[in-house]
Write a protein of this length. Structure first.
Length: 319
């Protein structure tokens, strides 16, 4: 794809991943339309971008059709943490499914290349480890998490069917656990929970025995992978995993955060939520081969940057 400056639509652009993506694309000289209904996104995340002549913010819910002429669409709009997506499960499903249809129709009418931010949650509680893109997953279709899991799986189906029928240039990425500055303080995911608890010297809440594993990638690595995917050969549709294959137990993560923050927190164990995956680790062979992408920022380095941000937001410094 040529390096010309493009007009790019980013749905969910005021969210955690979206605002980092908007900032990166602006730095490359592109014109950005940030579409967000602010249900979980925060206008504070993009406040520093509003004065940029190449940046436009539009408050809009993608379950309602939207039209503009653009070259590319990054479809990121959807609550991503269990606290948020379970709060209104029906709205989450609508955002995933109706939102995908509306953005695909926009891509079809405007001739745009379109990117779908899918998730490692499509693998459910995986029976295959690590998870490759050809694994179909182990998802409970009627569980509390299914509004997100099945919503994203259905969105992938729509993308592939639009590709097969209309030959729309699509890109599907399955995003694994991602963290970094500008995560919401009440995000509800494990890294934000642990950092806030540690900085306040409150008990670190671990659900289950703490031996379940996750793989954590820093936001800058993810954004670079997303852009590489969008710019990749038109024949490469994905899905492709983007995540850090280094695996940690939740207990290990708690210890690392307590050490970095010099916290006095102790660990408090609570029952494991329903359908919570026991292991999660990406096989990124496809991303390495087709995108020449792999994560470069290790967990401790990324956590230090993230903790610095949380300290500023909370006005707390234990170190």
């Amino acid at each position: 794809m040529t390096k010309k400056h493009k007009k790019i639509l980013v749905t969910g652009g005021a969210g955690f991943i979206g605002n980092h993506l908007c900032e990166y694309l602006l730095q490359k000289g592109h014109k950005i339309i940030c579409l967000d209904d602010l249900s979980t996104g925060n206008k504070k995340n993009i406040a520093h971008l509003l004065k940029n002549k190449n940046f436009e913010f539009v408050k809009h819910d993608i379950t309602i059709p939207y039209f503009c002429r653009v070259d590319e669409i990054y479809n990121l709009a959807c609550p991503a943490s269990p606290v948020y997506y379970q709060h209104d499960a029906i709205k989450t499903l609508k955002t995933n499914i109706l939102g995908a249809i509306n953005m695909l129709e926009l891509a079809r009418k405007s001739g745009a290349r379109i990117f779908q931010a899918s998730t490692s949650e499509v693998y459910g509680d995986p029976l295959v480890h690590p998870q490759r893109e050809d694994y179909w997953g182990n998802v409970n279709p009627i569980g509390l998490r299914s509004c997100y899991d099945e919503g994203k799986r259905c969105a992938e189906t729509f993308f592939m069917d639009y590709y097969r029928r209309f030959r729309i240039p699509i890109k599907i990425v399955r995003i694994f656990n991602t963290y970094g500055p500008k995560m919401a303080l009440d995000d509800g995911r494990v890294i934000s929970n642990f950092i806030v608890q540690a900085l306040k010297n409150n008990p670190i809440t671990i659900y289950g025995d703490g031996f379940q594993t996750r793989s954590f990638q820093y936001i800058d690595d993810l954004v670079l992978g997303m852009v590489k995917m969008m710019d990749s050969d038109i024949k490469f549709t994905g899905p492709v995993n983007l995540g850090n294959p280094q695996e940690f137990t939740i207990k290990e993560l708690a210890k690392i955060i307590i050490k970095i923050t010099k916290s006095k927190s102790r660990v408090l164990y609570k029952p494991l939520p329903t359908d919570d995956p026991k292991r999660r680790k990406p096989d990124i062979s496809l991303a390495k081969k087709n995108l020449f992408w792999y994560p470069k920022i290790c967990l401790k380095e990324g956590l230090k940057k993230t903790i610095d941000y949380f300290e500023r937001e909370l006005g707390i410094k234990n170190r």
